[in-house]
Ligand binder design. Structure first.
Ligand code: AMP
Ligand code: TRP
Length: 348
C-alpha cells in the first residue's frame, strides 16, 4: 500500500474526567483537521490500563469511560462517517506492532521518558511493564496507519520524538528488505507533531504551575466537559489569580502563570491570539475578565456537554460507532502488519 500523504492519527485515554485541557489541546484540533486530512481518532484503552485501577476505574468503569471519550469526539463535531473513530483494543494489530517496536526501541530511550518518570513516581519497581513500554504502543498506534500528522497537547512532544526514532531505526535496520519488497527508501513516515495555538498546555485553575489533569483531587482545578453552565461559571470565578489587573502587553504575562493561563484559555475558545485578548482586556480587572471568560466558555462548551449527556443515555449508538470504526481501522492495520511481517522476514 502506498504511503498516505496527509493522514492524521491521535488518541485519548479513557481514564474519565475529560477536561478543558483535553478539549483545547487535542479534541478541538481533531475537529478542525477533519476538513483537510484523512483522520483516525482512537480511544486508547490499552494505554489506560498501564496504570493502577484507581486511575482508570477498573473493569466496571472501562467501557463507560471509553464511551465518554467517544461521546466527546462526536459531541465536539467529529464526523464518524468521514473519519474513523474506534477503540484501540478492538484492533489487535496495535498490540502486535507494539511488540515488534519493543524489539526496535532501546531501554535507554524509554528510560528517558519524563511521562514514565512522573507516572511511575518514586517506586519504579512497582510500575507496570506496560507503563514503561507505553511509548512503543503509542508509536505503533501512529505508524500502524503510517500517519503523517499527530495533533496533541504539549505533554506528548517527547513521545512523538520517540515515535520518529522508532520509525527511523526500523527504516534503517530493515532498509535492504524495505527496498527489496518495493517500498522504496523508507517504510514508515517521519510523523509531524501538531502542537500549536494558545492552549497546548492548559494549567490547573487552582495552581498555575500544574497542568490541568484528570487525576487532580480538586474538582475545582479543571473544567470538565460534562460540567453544566453553573459549574463552569463557578470554577472560573474561583480560579486562582493574582491581585493585579491584566497587563497591557503580552510580555506582562510572563511571571503571571494564572493570568497567562486564563488569557490562553480565552484565546483558544475565541479562536484568536493572546495578543488579541490583551488588546481587549489589558488593564482590566479580573472581576471584569472572569465573567467574560465564563460566558464565552459556557457558550462554547454547553452544546458539547448537552450532547455528551444525550449520548450517555444512548450507549448502543456510541458502541455502534466504535464497532464500525474498528472494522475500517482493521482494514488498514492488517495490511500494514502483513507488509511489516514480510519486511522482518517471518515465515507466513
Ligand atoms: P490523555 O488524557 O493523557 O490521554 O490526553 C489526551 C490529549 O489531551 C493529549 O493530546 C494530551 O496532550 C492532551 N492534554 C491533556 N492534558 C492537557 C492540558 N492540560 N493541556 C493541553 N492539552 C492536554
Ligand atoms: N499518550 C497520549 C496521551 O496520554 C495518548 C495516545 C496514545 C496518543 N496513543 C496515541 C496520542 C497516538 C496521539 C497518537 O495523551
Amino acid at each position: 500500500m502506498a504511503q498516505p500523504s496527509n493522514r492524521v492519527f491521535s488518541g485519548i485515554q479513557p481514564t474519565g474526567n475529560l477536561h478543558l485541557g483535553n478539549y483545547l489541546g487535542a479534541i478541538k484540533k481533531f475537529v478542525a483537521m477533519q476538513h483537510s486530512h484523512e483522520c483516525i481518532y482512537c480511544v486508547v484503552d490499552l494505554h489506560a490500563i498501564t496504570q493502577p485501577f484507581s486511575v482508570w476505574g477498573g473493569p466496571e468503569k472501562l467501557a463507560d469511560h471509553t464511551r465518554e471519550v467517544t461521546a466527546a469526539y462526536l459531541a465536539s463535531g467529529i464526523d464518524p462517517e468521514k473519519n474513523i473513530i474506534f477503540n484501540q483494543s478492538q484492533v489487535v494489530e496495535h498490540a502486535e506492532l507494539a511488540w515488534l517496536f519493543n524489539c526496535v526501541a532501546r531501554m535507554g530511550w524509554l528510560s528517558r521518558m519524563t511521562q514514565f518518570k512522573e507516572k511511575a513516581g518514586k517506586d519504579r519497581e512497582k510500575a507496570s511493564v506496560g507503563l514503561f513500554a507505553y511509548p512503543t504502543l503509542m508509536a505503533a498506534d501512529i505508524l500502524l496507519y503510517r500517519a503523517t500528522h499527530v495533533p496533541v497537547g504539549d505533554d506528548q512532544k517527547q513521545h512523538l520524538e520517540l515515535t520518529r526514532d522508532v520509525a527511523a531505526k526500523f527504516n534503517n535496520d530493515f532498509a535492504e528488505a524495505i527496498a527489496q519488497k518495493g517500498h522504496g527508501e523508507a517504510y514508515f513516515p517521519m510523523t509531524e507533531p501538531i502542537i500549536e495555538g494558545p492552549a497546548t498546555r492548559v494549567m490547573s485553575l487552582r495552581d498555575g504551575s500544574k497542568k490541568m489533569s484528570k487525576s487532580d483531587p480538586s474538582d475545582l482545578s479543571r473544567i470538565s466537559l460534562t460540567d453544566d453552565a453553573d459549574a463552569i461559571a463557578k470554577k472560573i470565578r474561583k480560579a486562582k489569580t493574582d491581585p493585579a489587573p491584566l497587563p497591557e502587553t503580552l510580555d506582562g504575562l510572563k511571571e503571571r502563570p494564572e493570568a497567562d493561563n486564563l488569557v490562553g484559555i480565552y484565546a483558544a475558545l475565541a479562536e484568536c491570539s493572546k495578543e488579541d485578548v490583551i488588546a481587549d482586556y489589558g488593564g482590566k480587572e479580573f472581576s471584569e475578565f472572569k465573567p467574560a471568560l465564563a460566558e464565552l466558555a459556557v457558550e462554547k462548551l454547553s452544546a458539547i456537554s448537552d450532547e455528551m449527556r444525550r449520548l450517555s443515555d444512548d450507549p448502543a449508538s456510541v458502541d455502534a460507532v466504535l464497532h464500525k470504526g474498528a472494522e475500517r481501522a482493521r482494514a488498514i492495520a492488517s495490511q500494514t502488519m502483513s507488509e511489516v511481517k514480510d519486511i522482518i522476514g517471518f515465515l507466513r
